[in-house]
Design a protein around this ligand. Structure first.
Ligand code: SAM
Length: 254
């Protein structure tokens, strides 16, 4: 995924147009080096089976297949639930959840539009194009005012599942980046403690490296069951991974 909005890259005489990481038009005549985007990454992206699948199935980003695999393995998301999607832009996880909450019909259900059995609240620091049936709030999850807006959207209900794909802008300075990542995960855990049903689940993205073990310890002290998860759609060379916490330990609700 490459940020929000549309990015046009001139690669030699070819042109690549990326919108939320979706390839709209690609002619890979790469004569000159792009200063902005690594050519190897682009090549991987263009040939990535999950990118192609995302286009075919109408997802805004290949990230949809990470949540899909986690969900299909652990059976987290079901019709009728309240789901909170943190770090939702461009919206692929929201799209996946929305389809999962659409009522089953004789023709199979899983519709991207129409009736929705459940509630989805999504939040991101960046804008997000609407996903039908999804309530979107724009703001920085670290800000108390944004948390208060999210809490008023939740309106006293308890969530069944909180998912967080939030990823900070990385500086390349390992200790600073680890602290930023840890902070977002810790805030997601705090939110889950206050707003998840006792049997609810939290899915977070994090990265192997410094700080990882502390976050696993935090999850183990918060949830009855903790499962580390590296979905197939998460690139092997990426240190990205996911933690799933299921069932908040009694007495921890804040
Ligand atoms: C990998 S993207 C999420 C992709 C999304 N799950 C999807 O399927 O389309 C990470 C998102 O986290 C958001 N983010 C990072 N820090 C944030 C913060 N402090 N508050 C809210 N969103 C944040 C970024 O703006 C970015 O859109």
């Amino acid at each position: 995924m490459v940020g929000f909005g549309t990015v046009n890259l001139a690669l030699g005489r070819g042109k690549l147009n990326l919108r939320h990481g979706r390839i709209i038009k690609a002619k890979m005549k790469t004569k000159t080096k792009s200063k902005k985007v690594n050519k190897a990454w682009l090549n991987d992206h263009v040939n990535d089976p999950y990118v192609k699948l995302a286009q075919k199935e109408g997802y805004r980003a290949r990230a949809a297949f990470k949540l899909k695999e986690i969900d299909e393995t652990l059976g987290l998301i079901k019709p009728g639930q309240l789901i909170v999607d943190l770090g939702s832009t461009p919206g692929a996880w929201s799209q996946y959840v929305r389809r999962k909450l659409s009522p089953k019909t004789a023709t199979g259900g899983g519709a991207a539009a129409g009736e929705l059995n459940g509630c989805i609240i999504a939040l991101d620091i960046l804008p997000m194009e609407p996903v039908e049936g999804v309530t979107f709030l724009q703001g920085d999850f670290r800000e108390p005012e944004v948390l208060a807006r999210l809490e008023s959207a939740v309106a006293g209900r308890l969530a069944d599942v909180v998912v967080s794909d939030m990823a900070p802008n990385l500086s390349g300075i390992e200790s600073a980046d680890a602290a930023r990542i840890a902070h977002l995960v810790e805030l997601a855990v705090e939110f889950a403690k206050a707003h998840l049903k006792p049997e609810g689940s939290l899915v977070v993205k994090l990265f192997h490296g410094s700080g990882y073990d502390d976050l696993v310890r935090l999850f183990r002290s918060t949830f009855r069951v903790v499962k580390p998860f590296k979905p197939k759609a998460s690139r092997d060379k990426s240190s990205e991974t996911f933690l799933v916490g299921m069932g908040v330990k009694p007495g921890l609700e804040s």
